[in-house]
Design a binder for this molecule. Structure first.
Ligand SMILES: [Zn+2]
Ligand SMILES: [Zn+2]
Length: 343
């Protein structure tokens, strides 16, 4: 098969590789669409240590089942499918509780980090355990389905603390996950949604997709602006999808007493916390990682058009165009949001 191989850091090329063998509980998927994730870009130069070459990256994919192992009963050749990016073991304590994102033996497709190497979906074929596969309705195109992982991160974050219908919610960071969160929040209540970003174009998109208010921290003080919107009280819930010290502290400082912040972004490994505000105002601080069981709900949201991912898809390209696109994304091209590779 043809595959996009990271043979050394910052060196990608399309090569011939053996088609993956499948185990009894696995399916071979003919990949039709696979998104380039920010984590692939960060891993590409070795800085995260999670894309050790040689590796086929890619974990945001959809395609058609080509072959199934002997033990697979729920899926058959020809099924249109997507899959979780996290390969959970299905048998540890966390998996049995349904918290597959916290699996003790979790691996991720398209990652090699020293403990394991698992080739991903920037290739014609990928082998996937059937327990992480999900069937797609015919009406859902593969390139939209490739955004399921991103949608599931937003849905999981909302499920960590479901806001009441009239709660004011703040979304700090209006990139891809931010605008997905805004759509999910809009779909589940008629509430005020305040989008925060320094980029006016991102704020314009956030507004188009459901934000009722936008605040640019370069122009106004975020906590003061949010207090204005909420009659002096502060927001009930905030979602932080950047992961820098200033944005985390902004997400906390814009809350009312007893409010909740859900931390999704994690660019910085450590940030300073406004401790006395958290303690004296009884703020709940929750982390949110990947998703656990939300993918069927996300398929339904995409199929019904409740969440629109088309404005997020900047470009669709072939496998041969991928090395150049990786280089452009790595050089910090800010006009590209999600790039979908169609192997
Ligand atoms: Zn991803
Ligand atoms: Zn497990």
């Amino acid at each position: 098969m043809r595959a996009l191989l990271l043979s050394e850091y910052k060196k990608l090329s399309v090569v011939e590789m053996p088609t993956p063998e499948i185990g009894d509980d696995e399916a071979l998927v003919r990949v039709r669409a696979c998104g380039i994730c920010g984590s692939d870009i960060h891993g590409y130069d070795g800085s995260t240590g999670r894309r050790i070459p040689p590796l086929v990256m890619g974990h945001e994919a959809a395609g058609v089942i080509e072959r199934v192992g002997q033990g697979v009963t729920d899926f058959t050749v020809g099924d249109r499918v997507s899959f979780d990016s996290t390969v959970s073991c299905g048998s540890c304590d966390f998996c049995r509780r349904g918290q597959v994102n916290l699996c003790d033996n979790r691996t991720v497709l398209g990652v090699s980090c020293g403990d394991y190497r698992r080739h991903g979906a920037f290739a014609e074929y990928v082998a996937v355990p059937s327990r992480i596969l999900y069937k797609l309705p015919d009406s859902l195109p593969f390139e939209r389905a490739a955004l399921l992982e991103a949608v599931s991160i937003a849905v999981h974050a909302v499920n960590r603390h479901v806001p009441k219908p009239d709660d004011t919610c703040v979304v700090v960071g209006s990139g891809m996950i931010g605008v997905l969160l805004i759509q999910v929040l809009k779909a589940t209540g008629g509430r005020n949604i305040v989008a925060i970003d320094v980029d006016p174009q991102k704020l314009a998109l956030a507004q188009r997709l459901g934000a009722t208010h936008t605040v640019n921290p370069n122009e106004s003080d975020v906590p003061a602006a949010v207090r204005d919107i909420t009659g002096g009280r502060g927001a009930d819930v905030s979602f932080e999808v950047v992961g820098h010290g200033d944005t985390v502290s902004g997400a906390i400082r814009c809350l009312r007493k007893g409010g909740t912040v859900i931390l999704v972004g994690n660019l910085s490994p450590r940030v300073e916390l406004p401790l006395q505000e958290v303690v004296s105002r009884e703020i709940s601080v929750l982390g949110s990682c990947a998703s656990s069981g939300e993918i069927p709900e996300c398929i339904d949201m995409l199929a019904r058009g409740v969440v629109d991912v088309d404005p997020i898809i900047s470009l669709k390209a072939s496998l041969d165009e991928a090395p150049e696109l990786f280089a452009r994304l790595y050089d910090g091209n800010r006009t590209l949001m999600k790039v979908i590779i169609q192997p």
